[in-house]
Design a protein around this ligand. Structure first.
Ligand code: HPA
Length: 276
């Protein structure tokens, strides 16, 4: 785990590098999950910065992730979009996984839209559905807020009772209806991965109240809440979770489903960016 001092020095260096290259400072952050990167094509006056050029950023290794930050505007809103994220299963420490959220925080970002590909546990869901995350269960066995607390960044014991902002969710449900997207919400369970779950694990997750399962999002959401940001989360159900259907799970299927609904996903996120 990195020390408090090291963390603030790294953050300051990433911040000053970006302040030099970026002209419009973002108010809203967007994280695009596996196969959902096309939203970045909507960004105007864009400034694209590959992760590898930003001081202290980890490098993303997963197929389907471009690995860049795109700054600019979407319908007049100043945004920073992460095309690709860092996963715990890649071997990064939680504080590395969430470093980009801290960078957003020190750049002045006040709200975050997080997206992911997820396995559907709730039998009412179907592959291709977009589900608003209403809450989460952290089963990753770690936490990015563990260790010394930097009180300049947030409180020691952050409240998560509105971790996925209610007002934003209500607006998002409205926007979904307007776009002809079935308005649905669910609880996201985060596993460390990288294996997909066993059928027994999925039965367990259903019992404890999970509607979908994935291997990301929760670290970023914890840090965003600690940072005082409002959060909205969307899962794209790319497959039914293990043991629900007589089928095997594969990354190919996950990417195919995400690509299939990408246009609808892009319209939804655009509506959110405009209205939230
Ligand atoms: N399990 C975990 N993560 C996932 C899944 C799944 O079934 N689908 C997409 N990401």
């Amino acid at each position: 785990m990195i020390s408090e001092k090291e963390h603030s020095v790294k953050l300051a260096e990433a911040r000053s590098y970006l302040m030099e290259r970026v002209t419009t400072m973002p108010e809203l952050g967007v994280i695009l999950g596996s196969g959902l990167g096309a939203f970045a094509d909507l960004i105007e006056e864009e400034i694209v910065i590959p992760y590898k050029e930003i001081p202290h950023f980890p490098i993303s290794t997963v197929e389907g992730h471009a690995g860049q930050m795109v700054f600019g505007t979407v319908d007049g809103r100043k945004v920073v979009v992460m095309q690709g994220r860092f996963h715990f299963y890649e071997g990064y420490a939680m504080q590395e996984v969430t470093f980009p959220i801290r960078v957003m925080q020190v750049l002045g970002v006040k709200g975050l839209i997080v997206t992911n590909a997820a396995g559907g546990i709730n039998a009412a869901f179907h592959p291709g559905d977009l589900i608003l995350i209403k809450d989460h269960i952290n089963l990753m066995g770690d936490n990015p807020l563990r260790g010394a607390n930097l009180s300049s960044l947030g409180p020691r014991f952050p409240d998560l009772s509105d971790g996925y902002n209610l007002e934003w969710r209500q607006k998002a449900l409205e926007i979904a209806r307007e776009l002809g997207i079935k308005p649905q919400e669910g609880v996201y369970a985060a596993m460390s991965g990288p294996n997909y779950e066993t059928p027994a694990e999925i039965r367990y997750l259903r019992t404890i109240g999970a509607d979908m399962v994935g291997m990301s999002t929760v670290p970023e959401v914890l840090v965003a809440n600690h940072a005082g940001m409002r959060v909205l989360g969307i899962s794209c159900v790319t497959n039914m979770a293990a043991g629900i259907l007589p089928q095997k799970l594969s990354h190919v299927e996950v990417m195919e489903t995400a690509n299939r609904i990408e246009k609808q996903f892009v319209r939804f996120v655009q509506g959110l960016v405009r209205e939230l």
